[in-house]
Design a protein around this ligand. Structure first.
Ligand code: WT7
Length: 646
């Protein structure tokens, strides 16, 4: 059966930044043949205090540099540049709180002022260029203000998702040696308070570098303030010596902008380091072309700023383009499963960017929730975080996009800085389920184990053969890990960790992670991280964690646990272990399934064979070769346990 291809609607294409497939092709070819000329052109659309000497240098492979010698400040480009024009009074960020009546509108001018003021607060606390500032906040305006304030003075922000636990925060505080922590009294979730400051206090117990804690008031939740260390955001901002003026720090193009931790194949998360000039240029251009942003658009990306999607496509990308970006504090299903559609209706959203897991879960709620609202303002839809299956794609296209909105299925990663494989909505014919084609400047390929190119439609490792301006420059304090993780399997070629196939039209079909990384409701979680969480419990001897397919979450977590001698298996202990993981990492890492077993399948050298456990969790009848196991009998026993619980 011929699968349907969706062409860009004519009206859309006519007005789009990139209007046709041939225009895309031309730009793409140029970007590969003359990358320096290509990137210089778009970097020049931004403001530089001093122009670069070289667009691209790659003398110490695999470490690349972009716009060397250039001097800029990303907040000058996000704020000052617009304040000098008619955009001054335009909404930069519209903040919608979880309670419907909680709304704040930040014009470019007001955002500029608050960012400058908070930058002055940071300076008062002794924050200097290159210092790390950790931000552990809910989705409140202060989060965007805090990150921009860091960038204003050249401090490196390290945002930790507000859903992470105290333990997870502590690891990141210690690794980044943060000087200041910015947090909130509480976050609001489904009408209740989550005590964020308590978690921050807990995390700070083991962390010596943090000298000041600034607390944003969200919940009026009673908190303990530690004298000499803690202060309130609103009091700091209102202090008489804090002015509205803070000159932007003059930053080198390769000065660090932020660290963002992400999960890998070991228990310790990696601090991906992004720098200034290349990241800025890359998110500026991807936002403009992928979302086809226009002056009058209202744009909404539903991610949390604690993830890279929020960094690049709620804050930096939209502001670099002078757009109006919605920031939403709540969840898709509270107070009802129509919350997202109600917000689209309320603000006349034109561009809506979300994750497949959201699409699938809202599809399940039934069409009545969608039909309650007028979604006719929408002109473009986006998807990110995991593969979107064709069924969900078609529902999204028909029900939400009313058959008129192109869908941009954007493939990228924390490491990438910005969108890497994607349609351009006015140019690319869409195949539901495919992230389609590389963004200009990106040279992807699919390699087999031996480093040879895969044939059309043959699955292999997705790689990227040339550096692009947005790529993370290193792993914080660990350049060796950068090389080992990304550039060693195929020398100096970027290994994404994903599997993919490329069809005869050059379209990429992402098949999911090939390493020990899971994607649970779009969240990236390492199996090793969850395992080390389990074994830190006093009754656990060993743990093995694998993903299994889940209709809404894409993947869910399955854990196999062996207990210490004398510990008793019970339902209560299962619950306790699940909450233990929530404490160690965060609620997103709680396993859906948890089995006690007397042993795990191991090789004679003691290596746990997760491949076998994965096959069992997936319910496969054939678990593959078990001949290298020290005790093949274990497999039968585990299958029995899993079947008994099914
Ligand atoms: C992993 C990166 C980058 C934004 C959010 C996630 C998966 C991401 C897609 C997509 C298929 C996707 C990959 C990737 N992924 N987007 N459109 N289609 N898979 O960033 O947390 O660093 O996760 O998300 O597996 O490696 P992240």
């Amino acid at each position: 059966m011929a699968k349907k291809i969706f062409l860009p609607p004519k009206e859309f294409a006519k007005k789009a930044h990139i209007k046709s497939y041939s225009e895309y092709k031309k730009l793409y070819n140029e970007s590969v043949k003359s990358p320096e000329k290509f990137w210089a052109r778009y970097a020049s659309e931004l403001h530089w205090f001093k122009k670069w000497n070289r667009v691209f240098s790659y003398t110490k492979k695999p470490f690349c540099k972009w716009f060397e010698g250039g001097k800029t400040n990303i907040t000058y480009n996000c704020l000052d540049r617009h304040v000098l024009t008619a955009r001054k009074n335009k909404a930069a960020i519209i903040w919608q709180g979880e309670p419907e009546e909680d709304v704040m509108i930040y014009t470019y001018e007001r955002l500029h002022r608050d960012v400058c003021r908070f930058a002055n607060v940071l300076k008062k606390h002794g924050v200097k260029k290159g210092d790390r500032v950790c931000i552990y906040m809910p989705m409140v305006p202060g989060l965007a203000i805090a990150m921009l304030a860091c960038a204003r003075i050249g401090a490196i922000h390290s945002i930790v998702f507000g859903g992470f636990s105290a333990k997870a925060l502590q690891k990141r505080l210690i690794d980044s040696e943060a000087k200041v922590l910015i947090t909130a009294d509480a976050s609001i979730r489904k009408g209740g308070f989550v005590p964020l400051k308590d978690a921050a206090d807990e995390a700070l117990k083991g962390c010596k570098t943090v000298k000041s804690v600034i607390v944003y008031q969200r919940g009026k939740n009673p908190v303990k303030m530690k004298r000499g260390r803690d202060s309130w955001w609103h009091e700091e901002m209102a202090a008489p010596d804090i002015t509205d003026i803070c000159k932007p720090a003059i930053m080198d193009a390769e000065s660090p902008l932020f660290i963002l931790y992400t999960s890998g194949t070991t228990g310790t998360p990696k601090g991906e380091l992004h720098t200034t000039g290349g990241y800025m240029t890359y998110v500026y251009l991807t936002t403009k072309w992928v979302f086809d942003l226009k002056e009058e658009d209202t744009y909404w990306c539903t991610a949390d700023i604690g993830w890279i999607t929020g960094h690049s496509y709620i804050v930096y990308g939209p502001l670099l383009n002078g757009a109006t970006s919605i920031m939403f504090e709540g969840v898709p299903t509270y107070p009802g499963p129509d919350r997202f559609w109600q917000i689209v209706d309320k603000y006349n959203i034109n561009i809506f960017y979300t994750a497949p897991t959201v699409v699938r879960s809202l599809e399940r709620e039934g069409p009545k929730w969608v039909k309650m609202h007028d979604l006719s303002s929408l002109r473009l839809l986006g998807s990110v975080g995991e593969p979107i299956n064709p069924k969900a794609w078609l529902w999204y296209h028909k029900m939400i996009g009313e058959d008129k909105c192109p869908i941009v299925d954007t493939w990228w990663q924390t490491e990438a800085g910005g969108i890497v494989i994607t349609p351009l909505p006015g140019a690319t014919p869409l195949k539901p389920g495919s992230a389609t084609l590389p963004f200009p400047g990106i040279v992807p390929d699919v390699f087999l184990e031996n480093g040879k190119k895969a044939k059309p439609n043959q699955e292999g490792y997705l790689v990227i053969k040339k550096p692009w301006p947005g790529i993370a420059r290193t792993v914080w304090k660990n350049p060796k890990r950068y090389i080992d993780t990304y550039f060693s399997k195929y020398k100096n070629i970027y290994l994404t960790g994903d599997g993919a196939r490329c069809d005869k039209d050059g379209y990429y079909w992402i098949t999911g992670r090939l390493d020990d990384v899971m994607k649970v409701s779009g969240h990236r979680i390492g199996t090793a991280e969850v395992e080390s969480g389990f074994v830190s419990h006093k009754l656990v001897s060993e743990a093995a964690v694998v993903p299994f397919p889940h209709p809404i979450k894409e993947q869910a977590i399955c854990a196999f646990i062996t207990l210490k001698r004398g510990a008793k298996e019970s339902e209560e202990l299962k619950q306790e272990l699940r909450s233990h993981i929530a404490k160690e990492i965060g609620p997103i890492a709680k396993p859906d399934r948890l089995y006690f077993t007397d042993a795990l399948p191991k090789t004679r050298s003691g290596k746990i064979m997760r491949r076998i456990l994965k096959a069992i969790a997936e319910g496969k009848s054939d678990v593959g070769d078990t001949s290298t196991l020290a005790d093949p009998e274990v497999v039968g026993r585990i299958i029995k346990i899993v079947k008994a619980k099914a």
